[in-house]
Design a protein around this ligand. Structure first.
Ligand SMILES: NC(=O)c1ccc[n+]([C@@H]2O[C@H](COP(=O)([O-])OP(=O)(O)OC[C@H]3O[C@@H](n4cnc5c(N)ncnc54)[C@H](OP(=O)(O)O)[C@@H]3O)[C@@H](O)[C@H]2O)c1
Length: 295
């Protein structure tokens, strides 16, 4: 298959590319900078220049492809609506390029905010208040245009050595505070997946896009208290409980996120795709210092 991967230079994309190449797919990867283009060109893929800010460049990249794996995203939490608008325009272009072909369009999303209570499941629609959730809901309607849309929902932490996501920010916050903090009893739980397991699943899904929502979830829920304790062990600092107000005052957005449950199931995904996450699990990665190396 000729597969377009956007965000190919990113954390998840860079683990996905070699797996696609190893499976014999012809991979086209988007890059928006010279440095990304140079890195990608060593991975045995065709590099095309495209930017989310220029949706037509993305549409052109998708033309003639048999599948699109859309991982690029403008991660600026001060511009949440603008990022979602750009994403929607790019996805409109992909829908145009793939219309009527029956081709898979995999779109990265998250489990955060999917369930109001308990485990988020694949059958749950995206109901969160954010513009990205609206896009996610709309993506699943693209089957009307003769496309196989798949919402790939990732846990808030796709972890591993080199990850610069939320876990690294927790570790950095703990390091500068001198204590690893959790809120109240620390019972809020986050689902998690190792990056390699997530990349293995993406390849399985693009090759057999039968489901409209897939959960790339390796662990259903790891408590914030356990995460803080593992961070404390890795940094050699004490673990403490803080209040919600203190978390938000001292850690802002990150402090707020610590209070949001993001537990999720991947029971359906594991069964349909015969996908068995092999880890390492999140706490192992944290305790073993995966977040202590410079990124
Ligand atoms: N990692 C996680 O824990 C996690 C959790 C939940 C959901 N997700 C979602 O999964 C997807 C992949 O995540 P990731 O962690 O791999 O992301 P990442 O490491 O931050 O990489 C983002 C990618 O998007 C590209 N990009 C950013 N702005 C762009 C623009 N204006 N035009 C074109 N490309 C642009 C970047 O290219 P450059 O190299 O040019 O910067 C990079 O390749 C994202 O949609 C993310 O929101 C990730």
């Amino acid at each position: 298959m000729k597969v377009l991967v956007t965000g190919a230079s990113g954390w998840i994309g860079s683990a996905t590319l070699p797996r696609l190449v190893a499976r014999g797919h012809e991979v086209v990867a988007t890059a928006r900078s010279d440095s990304s283009a140079t890195t990608l060109s060593t991975a045995g893929v065709t590099v095309v220049r495209a930017d989310l800010e220029d949706p037509e460049s993305m549409t052109r990249a998708a033309e003639g492809c048999d599948a699109v794996i859309h991982l690029a995203y403008h991660h600026d939490f001060t511009q949440i609506d603008r990022a979602a608008e750009m994403d929607r325009s790019v996805l409109e272009g992909f829908a145009e390029a793939l219309a009527g072909s029956g081709s898979p369009l995999l779109v990265a999303s998250g489990v955060l905010g999917v369930a109001q209570e308990g485990l988020a499941r694949e059958s749950d629609p995206q109901t969160g208040p954010f513009a990205r959730s609206h896009t996610a809901t709309w993506v699943t309607t693209l089957s009307d245009r003769g496309i196989q849309p798949v919402l790939m929902r990732f846990p808030p932490t796709v972890h591993g050595r080199g990850d610069v996501g939320f876990l690294r920010r927790f570790v950095e916050a703990a390091s500068s505070r001198g204590t690893a903090a959790y809120v109240d009893e620390g019972q809020t739980r986050w689902s998690a997946v190792h990056r390699d397991d997530a990349a293995d699943l993406i390849v399985k899904v693009v090759e057999r896009p039968t489901e409209s929502r897939v959960h790339a979830v390796g662990e259903e829920g790891v408590s914030m208290r356990d995460i803080a304790e593992a961070i404390g062990v890795s940094l050699g600092i004490p673990t403490v409980s803080i209040s919600r107000d203190q978390a938000q005052a001292e850690m802002g957005f990150l402090g707020m996120l610590m209070t949001v449950d993001a537990s999720a199931s991947s029971e359906h995904t594991q069964r349909v795709y015969d996908w068995r996450p092999e880890g390492p699990i999140l706490l192992e990665d944290v305790r073993n210092g995966a977040y202590l190396d410079p990124a």
